[in-house]
Design a binder for this molecule. Sequence first.
Ligand SMILES: [Zn+2]
Length: 450
Amino acid sequence: MAQTTQKWVERKYWNEKLETLPREELEKFQLEKLKEIIRHAYENSPYYKRTWDEAGVSPDDIKSLKDIQKFPFINKKTQRDTQGVGSFLGELAAVPEEDVVFISTSSGSTGVPTVSPFTKADFDAFQDTESRWFWQIGMRPNDRYVHALNFSLYVGGPDVIGAQNMGALCIWGGTLPSDRLLFVLKTYQPTVIWTSPSYAWQLGEKAKKAGIDPKKDLNIKKIIVAGELGGSIPATRKAIEDLWGAELYDFYGLSDIFGACAAQCEYHDGLHIAEDHILVETVDIHTGEILPDGEVGELVYTTLQKKARPLIRFRTGDIGYIDKTPCKCGRTHGRIHINGRKDDMFIVSAVNVFPSDIEAVVRDIKGITGEYLIRIFEKDFTCKYAVEIEKNADNPKTDEEVAAEVSTALKARIGVKPARVEVHPDGGLNTRSEHKSSRVIDERHQDYNI
Ligand SMILES: [Zn+2]
């Protein structure tokens, strides 16, 4: 028996057959699931029945994966407008409430929080996918894992069950205050932790201030991050890795679907998306026109298996692209690259600017702390941006020199210069938070038409 267990632990994949399915077979599987979910949605969700009848489409129209393009889009607004209509779960839901065992809600950071329901089977599939990602980053049953994500309503909370199911020793850290969390890291010597990128950075800094060297006194080998883009920004990733002496992995979930949508593998070249659960399309941000794989646009997802509330052609608001070329790790599921949120993007002199581009620059410059604040404003009817940063106490350069350096680097990376760069001393910016950090202030006049 011991030998069998040993072999199991040495496996490279959590579910080898599924993860390495040849593209053609993967798409055959997707088509089968797509037909099922479209029929399920049509027969059980009042919203889909009504809107598809109006659009003149029906489940019989699905003969190939491309036929999904005949169906109308939905978005966050659809979720809000249908929430609570007709029943507690609303018109998008496709199962009765008694079949639902769990709901998570979105953060509500861009409007009314939306509810995402799960049946027992949906929830189990969510956790099995999460186990796949934990296994993918090399986590094994002999790892000690700290889940330092919020448990309240947040879809990332239950991900810890995926770690337990694959056999790791799990510590439900939640949102413990930093000093308590550092006590856990020091005393129990866990090997893997999941948190947000900004908090991973701050926690490491706090450890150092408390006389703990994350590299020597702690045993963290892998850090999982999600919820912000930092994990896929090379300079941010490197800064956190250097601070902890650990390898960083970016994960991606959506409360609208589940907390286990995509994750990096050891090659860190995009995030493998669970194509057995999610059919990905990319569309033009403005026109909704379908773009070929590999082109940057808004990512549109169709959930292939989630029964409680199927999302058919959900415009996520995430801007990025999918790479379906084979990955060196042997997995065949495509890799998504996310540039930012549509809501966060702003246009300066006809250039699309994402806060993540600015972060990439700021985190790459020596002699500044890496903290930043972006202000977007209008001057003479033109959109402009300003950046505030912090200079390290031991940086010999003048504030003017630092500002010029940052400005030049931003121009080189983004194509448009900031209107100004303001330099603060270390700790001068109030951007350090324990959860998602708010780093963008939009000061554009909203009602200039009046
Ligand atoms: Zn890979």
